[in-house]
Design a protein around this ligand. Structure first.
Ligand code: ADP
Ligand code: MG
Length: 398
């Protein structure tokens, strides 16, 4: 991870500070369903306002694809931000560049917040258009990135502005970068990586990168089926990418070369039809029938994993171990979460998890706060874990 500038080291008083946040929250009928992402950036906004900066907040919201789309207006989020900021005044302009925006920024007092309209109403945002970046940058004298979850994208508001203005990481961004560096980059060994989820094809880079870093890789979820198939087992009607047989064998081979042990399910939960509360059975991976669908990891595997995990100091986990949206096929994921949480609680394990579905699976267990560190950054977390350089982080390096 490159060294990066931090907000606490920057002078902000009487400065126009542009803050890139990710307040891309889910809406239902215009109501905010989950305001986690808004709450997460409040400390940065509050700090800036309390230190008498003019706080210019920019974000994308949904995928309007370069068109003005009223259902994706940032205006819908202004009320919530105002509630959370209390006595700090929050203003809104229905554009993000141009004379109108300039005038409102000029008229705003230091110590107040101005939220600009959805960046992605302009197609120039995702195209990283230099002129669009210049216009955004002209509103401020300092740029703060507090959107780690967008930092794998080389967009105007992520890499364009910091190429023009002095830049630093906001508190949320700083916490993500420090969390990943402390717990994973400088991980205590041995490290166990658990990779689940639906498909091997979406996690090839991840598996290859982890096989060089971890001492054990546990393959679970639908992906495990492809591994079992590649090793000659019958997987019935389970989700499986048969065309990836050779690729999968290569992953197994390269892990071997790296002295990385690959752990596959020993027993599995099978059903005939993937549905809520579907009838199911626990069988050995050698006894899967032609009409079976593998939907979860079995109890013997979980018991073996529990033993294994005690020999590791760090756990990094991405991807549910079963089709957790269909109960009771959440049991494997939940059992493993419980064990990881207990070991973490006893200070025997550093546990890190992230990924869209992983976070929602862990949320539903109620154990999420027991983990050492949870990254809510989704794709950016995965790309970081894959060993890729994130352009938005590079742009803040000193
Ligand atoms: P993340 O978003 O955390 O990176 P993924 O998107 O890779 O995770 O995978 C999550 C999906 O994998 C879930 O929708 C889950 O239902 C699915 N899944 C897990 N195990 C199985 C399985 N055995 N068969 C089919 N789908 C599965
Ligand atoms: Mg997902």
């Amino acid at each position: 991870m490159p060294n990066f500038n931090r907000l606490k080291d920057c002078v902000v008083t009487n400065k126009n500070v542009i803050v890139r946040v990710d307040i891309n929250v889910p809406l239902n009928d215009g109501n905010i369903e989950d305001d986690t992402r808004i709450k997460a950036v409040i400390p940065t906004l509050k700090y800036l306002a309390e230190n008498k900066a003019k706080v210019i907040v920019i974000s994308h919201f949904g995928r309007p694809e370069g068109k003005v789309e009223p259902s994706m207006s940032i205006e819908q989020l202004v009320g919530r931000v105002q509630e959370l900021l209390g006595s700090i005044k929050v203003n809104f302009v229905d554009d993000c560049i141009g004379d109108k925006v300039k005038k409102v920024v000029e008229a705003t007092n230091y110590g107040e917040v101005i939220m600009l309209e959805n960046l992605r109403f302009y197609k120039q945002e995702t195209k990283n258009d230099p002129e669009f970046s210049r216009q955004l940058a002209s509103l401020g004298n300092l740029y703060v990135n507090d959107a780690f979850s967008c930092s794998h994208r080389a967009h105007a508001s992520i890499t364009g502005i910091p190429s023009i203005l002095k830049s630093c990481a906001g508190f949320l961004m700083e916490a993500e970068l420090d969390g990943l560096t402390n717990h994973l980059e400088n991980a205590k060994k041995p490290m166990m990586a658990v990779v689940g989820g639906a498909k091997v094809s979406t996690k090839l880079d991840l598996l290859n990168s982890l096989s060089a870093k971890a001492q054990t890789i546990v393959v679970g979820g639908g992906m495990a089926n492809t591994f079992l198939y590649a090793l000659g087992k019958n997987i019935g009607k389970s989700l499986c990418e048969k065309d990836l047989k050779d690729t999968t064998l290569e992953i197994i081979e390269s892990a071997k070369k790296n002295d990385c042990k690959i752990f596959l399910p020993i027993d599995v939960v099978v059903t005939k039809k993937l549905e809520q509360n579907g009838k199911c059975q626990i069988v050995s991976v050698d006894d899967v029938k032609d009409d079976d669908i593998i939907v979860d990891i079995g109890p013997i595997s979980i018991a073996k994993l529990t033993q294994e995990l005690q020999n590791h100091k760090t756990l990094v986990w991405n991807g549910p171990l079963g089709a957790f949206e269909f109960k009771p096929f959440n049991i494997g994921t939940e059992s493993f979460a419980r064990i990881a949480a207990a070991l973490t609680h006893d200070k025997k394990l550093v546990s890190v998890s992230g990924g869209g579905d992983s976070v929602s699976a862990l949320n539903s267990t109620g154990l999420i706060d027991e983990f050492t560190y949870i990254s809510t950054a989704g794709g950016a977390f995965l790309e970081w874990l894959e060993g890729k350089d994130l352009p938005g982080v590079g742009a803040l390096s000193v």
